[in-house]
Design a protein around this ligand. Sequence first.
Ligand code: TYD
Length: 196
Amino acid sequence: MFISLEGVDGSGKSTQARLLVEALGEGTVAIREPGGTDAAERIRTLLADPATELEPLAELLLFLAARADLTERVIRPVLEAGHDVVSDRFSDSSVAYQGAARGLGVGEVIGLCDTATDGLWPDLTLLLKVDPEVGLGRAESDDRFEAEGLDLQRAVAAAYEEIAVIASDRVVVIDATGTVEEVHARVLAAVEARRA
Ligand code: TYD
């Protein structure tokens, strides 16, 4: 099964992704986006640097280039070998950040993600929901997106709500308030419900 975790910056998805990978056990492959291949990690460094000036479309295409490489080289082979993949972000991040928050268009970005991944979407997307204010308060790093502050995070949070409706067949909204253990239990319950 291909599982992605999504949420605003500081929603705790990286911690939850790690705990989920541990719970699913050996053979489960953890990836984070952007990243996961040599080229994608280099693109990640470029995108995270607050000194990088980028037009929104150029930014989107860099995320998509990283994702296309990761999908073909890592995700598809792992899934074909019968293992689970847990991804810290995937195409829904592009839809929320670039499509909605940056204004490139939700429908347009969904279409471009579909092209970049040759139609691969997660079987299950766990959307970790916290108030953007709370998230920004606990986000550890200060990358280009976090540095832009609350307005961007609010736009992203609203976009995720929309995605949860558009893609209700695969998106499960998880209450990400409470302790790490409480949220982990909700995450596991959602995965087990999908497997059943
Ligand atoms: P992430 O690694 O989740 O941030 P952090 O580890 O600092 O919490 O993601 C990096 C940033 O990239 C994050 O602010 C969201 C953004 N992003 C996009 O704007 N579009 C995308 O397609 C992806 C995958 C991430």
